[in-house]
Design a protein around this ligand. Structure first.
Ligand code: FAD
Length: 507
């Protein structure tokens, strides 16, 4: 057992304890962490109490929808066991939403999300969409709207309001310009929205940001606007209706439903013709969160695999000590560090640009490219690693009683929501073509790894690819995008491994 650990350490410098602890792993990559005591307390709570609650919520399946009370009044309540709310509210109290606006930095939120999603990836969705509601309200809401709604979203106790971000309709989430059929009609100082949203995560939230087309606006994405839609009308009646809850294979700690908007009161954020920018800004927050969750989930899957492989024996020794598996562990650990670096660089860049509005700076376009690369690559890595963990467990991996299937089920959504992997590739291509973002990426990488031959080669591959005719450029994009993501991730991993020598907690 000891020799396996030693061998892994020699080349990876990521020891067993660090792998088991998301906080120690973060520390090994980032150095001294802000709010260290808070992160430690969160991690300990998740180990002791939260983990069991998360597992129970997953096993219980879809929460219940109570549409009417006993007296026939429409109430649309989502029913979870009380422990669920204890788990959920903890993150809000810790500051997933209020801290970035209080401290003008997103770093505390993404650190918390990393720690939480090591045990409970799904619950990070409510946190992210709540932040995705507060931020556009701060950036684009009138003083009156902010005064009315912001304090509730930023409360530090259990009376905090939750947010939600609802864009997708039945005709599809990728092509919002065509698929969004919800119409908004002006009515005095507000708007009345009518339409159906097909995927609505954190349904039941007190406040949602909703994409709709003002009546008579242009077709396509340019005609979309973003509205703030409260759960209750000013009269106190329900403002939107939950048609049903989705029966999902995972992320059961976030209720996802279908929502009917029927002359629902809404408040315009920004201007009528700038909704697409605001939608993409909301997606920036959740795509980066998705990358952070993906890496934390992959860390968890590798930790599960390692815990098992150390003690399971075959052919007279631990399976970890067999050369083939041993190499696979080393490779996974090295990929984990690369995936983390890519994800965290997108956190750092977002933290620079999250308050920008159009017209955006070059750093914003660099961020966009990095965020697409990170969202794409880390989600694919999470899925692949979760599947691999099941294989390391052999037959036990597919038995529900040991819960290894959960990490794969949870990972599957990461490559789909917040824009599928295809979307990340195509949007990544676009920001390279139109904003030359790849040139800024190569400058960033040169600062980390120097101007190497590999860098020059990758640079000319990308330039050549961008010169291909449209259809061909798109058809052949995936291998290029994957290689570019991996190249960037490995390059950036050097930047984050510099912390290791100074901050390695006992490796
Ligand atoms: C559990 C869950 C929760 C969700 N929560 C929310 C939410 O809260 N708010 C919200 O707005 N949405 C939410 N979604 C929707 C999610 O964002 C969409 O599922 C996603 O964006 C993809 O849209 P779609 O499912 O309609 O697939 P489609 O857009 O119909 O795409 C189908 C397939 O075609 C591919 N494709 C599309 N266009 C192209 C192209 N040009 N080139 C190549 N391939 C292409 C896609 O990548 C995909 O593989 C949720 C989804 C799930 C599963």
């Amino acid at each position: 057992m000891a020799s396996s650990r030693l061998n892994l350490n020699m080349s990876t410098n990521t020891d067993f304890d660090t792998l088991l602890s998301p906080r120690l792993f973060l520390q090994s990559r980032l150095g001294e962490l802000p709010n260290r005591d808070l992160l430690e307390a969160e991690e300990n709570w998740w180990k002791k109490d939260g983990k069991g609650i998360g597992e129970a919520v997953d096993r219980a399946g879809t929460p219940w929808l109570r549409m009417f009370d006993r007296f026939g009044k429409r109430v649309d309540q989502i029913l979870f066991p009380p422990e669920y709310f204890a788990m959920l509210r903890r993150g809000y109290r810790a500051g997933v939403v209020w801290r970035p606006l209080d401290q003008k930095s997103l770093i505390p939120t993404y650190l918390l999300i990393y720690i939480i999603s090591h045990n409970e990836p799904g619950i990070c969705c409510p946190y992210t969409v709540s932040l995705g509601t507060a931020v556009p309200l701060v950036k684009y809401g009138s003083a009156e709207l902010q005064g009315r709604f912001l304090p509730q979203l930023l409360r530090k106790d259990d009376s905090v309001w939750q947010g939600a971000t609802w864009m997708t309709e039945i005709k599809g989430g990728s092509d919002l310009g065509v698929a969004v059929e919800t119409i908004a009609r002006r009515s005095g100082d507000r708007w009345l929205l009518t339409g159906d949203k097909y995927f609505t995560s954190n349904v039941g939230a007190e406040l949602a940001v909703v994409a709709a087309r003002p009546d008579g606006a242009a077709t396509g994405v340019r005609g979309l606007a973003l509205f703030l839609v409260p759960r209750y009308r000013e009269s106190g009646k329900l403002n939107y209706f939950i048609r049903r809850l989705k029966d999902k294979i995972a992320t059961r700690s976030v209720p996802t439903g279908e929502v009917e908007l029927r002359n629902s009161e809404g408040y315009l954020l920004g201007s009528e013709d700038s909704g697409i920018y605001q939608i993409l800004e909301v997606l920036n927050l959740s795509r980066v969160a998705n990358s952070v969750v993906s890496v934390a989930l992959a860390q968890r899957a590798i930790a599960e695999a390692l815990t098992f492989a150390e003690r399971r024996t075959a052919f007279g020794k631990s399976i970890l000590d067999h050369a083939l598996l041993h190499r696979q562990f080393k490779d996974r650990l090295s990929m984990l560090r690369a995936a983390f670096a890519l994800a965290w660089e997108s956190v750092e860049l977002l933290n620079e640009v999250w308050m920008q509005r159009p017209p955006y700076s070059d750093r914003y376009h660099l961020f966009r490219l990095l965020a697409h690369l990170a969202k794409y690559w880390t989600a694919e890595f999470a899925v692949d690693t979760a599947k691999w963990n099941m294989e390391v467990h052999g037959g036990l991996g597919v038995l529900g009683e040991y819960g290894m299937d959960r990490w794969l089920r949870e990972a599957m959504i990461l490559a789909i929501w917040e824009g599928t992997s295809h979307r990340q590739i195509l949007d990544g291509l676009e920001v390279m073509e139109r904003k030359q973002a790849h040139r800024m990426l190569f400058e960033l990488l040169a600062a980390t790894i120097g101007s190497t031959e590999d860098l020059q080669e990758m640079k000319s591959r990308v330039e050549q690819h961008l010169r291909l005719p449209g259809e061909e450029r798109e058809a052949a994009a995936e291998p290029l995008f994957r290689n570019l993501a991996e190249f960037a991730a490995k390059g950036l991993a050097r930047k984050y491994s510099r912390q290791e020598s100074r901050n390695d907690p006992g490796c």
